[in-house]
Each structure stands twice: as C-alpha cells, then as structure tokens.
Design a protein around this ligand. Structure first.
Ligand SMILES: [Zn+2]
Length: 104
C-alpha cells in the first residue's frame, strides 16, 4: 500500500516537489548549522546561524507546488526533536499544521 500527501491548502492530491533544504547542526543542538538547498537545476551549501535554523537539531524542509492552487506557502518539515522525528506543514507565519495522507 502507498500513501500520498495531500495539499495543505486545497486538499488536492497532486502536489510536486520544487526544492529540498537540509539543515545540519555543525557541533551540537542549538548551534549554527550547514544548509544544503537543492532544486531542479541548482544546489548550494552555506553556513546558517542558529537563529535561522529549524528547531534545535537537524531538519529537512520541502517546498511543493499544487496542480490546483499553485506554489505552496507552507513547507513540509521533517524535524528531529528530543529523539522523535516530527513531520508537519509549516506556514510562513511560523505555525505548524498536521499533514494529511490519502490511500493511493
Ligand atoms: Zn492545492
């Protein structure tokens, strides 16, 4: 069985990955990190201050475009938190929202 990810805005089932960002803490939690940003025709890697990192540990965020409502302002975040792996949508205002899966 496969599970799909629905659009957090309109619930349409056809959304496409546009960019992936991986944040890695350099030395310890709460410290500065390294961010690798990857999209269709480019990849970059740069230093990121702790205040610009997601959460307190490593994290991945993915940007999507929906076939129905366009580029999403929310990013899918997969975040390490006290030994747990959290997954949620984060909107530009910093609020988190639960993901919705559908059975394919
Ligand atoms: Zn949508």
């Amino acid at each position: 069985m496969l599970w799909g990810l629905a659009c957090p805005r309109c619930k349409h089932v056809c959304i496409h990955q546009k960019a992936a960002s991986c944040d890695w803490r350099i030395a310890h939690e709460d410290g500065d990190g390294t961010r690798t940003l990857s999209m269709k025709n480019s990849t970059s890697c740069h230093h990121v201050l702790s205040s610009d990192m997601i959460g307190r540990r490593d994290a991945i965020s993915l940007t999507f475009e929906c076939e129905e409502c366009g580029l999403l302002d929310a990013k899918l975040v997969i975040q390490q938190h006290k030994g747990h792996t959290l997954i949620y949508w984060e909107t530009n205002d910093g609020n988190s929202h639960p993901i919705q899966l559908y059975d394919t």
